[in-house]
Design a protein around this ligand. Structure first.
Ligand code: AMP
Length: 223
């Protein structure tokens, strides 16, 4: 519980492939609060194949951001859902300075206090290797990596036994390069913004998943 008595409200930020999604999912299990990934919300919209979905898919596949207004509307209504009453973990939002400013105003209006913005820091060379090797179970979404996190039995998901896997279309070298350029130009400016707000907590994301998770737990005081 945080100081406003409403549970923990956390933002995960950092370059693509830094481990935001992985760590957010682990924290969700520990805290029992929802993991709100704007990337997942957008991929679900894209999969519908509607005109809006097609527009979103084209932007994602090229490694570009969707317009601020679109994602802000989506996120604002998601935060109002019942399951967010006891807190939430944001992953992939805010991704621009205007999104960060709107989030601050939106949460203030809703009477919610942000507890921490956790920046997971990983050098670019490691990011490329992590993203190009990652894949997930088609059935349950469990994440794997060609080198660092293989299923115990080749071709079989550890979690659900599924045998079909997929790789994200935007996880290719040239798109990742563009995503990194966009990260530096558009998302990185949110870091000093949150630092000024006194919310920024930095974590070295180069260790194992368990080691990084342990660091996050200790900085949140839930170890
Ligand atoms: P992610 O799953 O967080 O890596 O996001 C995948 C893609 O979704 C990004 O490369 C963007 O195209 C889009 N996206 C996700 N979150 C946002 C956001 N907050 N603002 C704009 N575009 C986003």
């Amino acid at each position: 519980m945080n100081k406003d008595g409403k549970g923990l409200h956390i933002v995960f930020t950092g370059a693509p492939g830094c481990g935001k999604g992985t760590q957010a999912r682990l924290l969700k299990e520990k805290l029992g609060i929802p993991h709100l990934s704007t990337g997942e919300m957008l991929r679900a919209e894209a999969a519908k194949g509607t005109p809006l979905g097609k527009q979103i898919k084209a932007l994602i596949d090229d490694g570009n951001l969707v317009p601020d207004e679109m994602i802000i509307k989506m996120l604002s209504s998601r935060i109002d859902a019942d399951d967010c009453k006891n807190g939430f973990i944001l992953d992939g939002f805010p991704r621009t300075l205007p999104q960060a400013e709107v989030l601050s105003g939106m949460l203030k209006e809703k009477g919610i206090t942000l507890d921490a913005v956790i920046e997971i820091q990983v050098p670019d060379e490691i990011i490329m290797e992590r993203i190009l090797g990652r894949y997930a179970c088609m059935k349950c979404g469990a994440g794997y990596h060609d080198k660092y996190q293989k299923p115990k039995v080749y071709g079989v998901c550890d979690v659900c036994g599924g045998t079909d896997f997929y790789r994200r279309v935007d996880d290719n070298r040239s798109t990742v390069q563009n995503r990194l350029v966009n990260y530096r130009a558009l998302t990185y400016p949110t870091i000093p913004y949150f630092e000024k707000e006194g919310l920024l907590r930095c974590v070295d994301g180069t260790g194992s998943i368990a080691a990084v998770s342990k660091k996050i737990d200790s900085l949140l005081g839930i170890a």
